[in-house]
Write a protein that binds this ligand. Structure first.
Ligand SMILES: [Zn+2]
Length: 259
């Protein structure tokens, strides 16, 4: 039986401690701690939030900063990107958050295959570091929302097969990237064997270039996703990234309860 956990991205301005309590109060299962503009949390705070989440049975994940490009032409930018991800991993370890989500790279002038190889090398290097430090976390590159960004479903499924990393499937990004189409059967078949899976969902505004902005979740669309996840028996966490992420998470949970 597929186990589907649901919760918001971020603490909705409450701070992580109050955010976790709110998630519990609303009957939700998960929360993503956001380091959007930088990893500005001490290990001590991470431990405190992590203990609370553990006691309340809330599954945590971490979103690493947005400013990351593992295939930059500039070596310094690759090192800075790795550092941001690894700093996120350290906090995630203390948070008890297994999933460390990030947008991996941009193709720039590289071919898809060249970009893939560079990202793979960076992943293996970071995984070595994680192992040395004994951090209990899994790198989860995210499916990205624009054609200029590395990270479609095929690339990340391959990366998972070849490095053992997890994957964050942002279904709204997959939809935006394909001009408002998503073949759930095809996507589910590609991801169902991946051991560590987490996801993002929300309504999304897009152009021909892909993702533009997030918007509230349409109940019919989340219902469609849930039906396919159940059909394929996929255990996953669905982190809602809409502007009303708490409310939409509650609605998602209600819809799931009726399926
Ligand atoms: Zn993301």
């Amino acid at each position: 039986m597929a186990k589907i956990l649901i919760g918001p991205a971020g603490s909705s301005g409450l701070g992580n401690v109050e955010g976790v309590k709110k998630v519990k109060e609303l009957g939700l299962d998960a929360m993503e701690v956001e380091f959007t503009y930088g990893v500005n949390m001490s290990n001590a705070t991470a431990k405190e939030v992590g203990e609370l989440a553990k006691n309340l049975g809330i599954s945590l994940s971490v979103h690493a900063p947005y400013y990351i490009n593992l295939s930059s032409e500039e070596k310094a930018k690759i090192s800075a990107s790795k550092k941001r991800i690894l700093d996120s991993c350290e906090r995630a370890h203390y948070l008890g958050a297994k999933y460390v989500v990030f947008h991996p790279a941009y193709y720039g002038k590289l071919s898809k295959e060249e970009c893939y190889k560079i990202v793979k090398e960076a992943m293996i290097d970071m995984q070595k570091h994680i192992k040395e430090k004994k951090w209990d976390v899994v790198l989860c590159p995210e499916t990205t929302g624009k054609g200029s960004q590395f990270g479609d479903v095929d690339e990340l499924a391959r990366l998972s097969d070849e490095t053992g990393c997890g994957v964050c499937v942002d279904f709204a990004h997959v939809y935006a990237r394909n001009n408002g189409k998503i073949d759930y059967d095809a996507v589910c078949k590609k991801i169902k064997h991946i051991k560590v899976l987490t996801a993002h969902f929300s309504g999304i505004i897009f152009t021909a270039k892909g993702e533009r902005a997030h918007k509230p979740t349409e109940p019919e669309r989340i219902k469609e996703l849930l039906k396919y996840l159940l059909k394929y028996g996929i255990s996953i966490r669905i982190i809602n990234e809409s502007p009303q992420q708490l409310k939409d998470s509650v609605v998602t949970k209600q819809i799931l309860g009726k399926l």
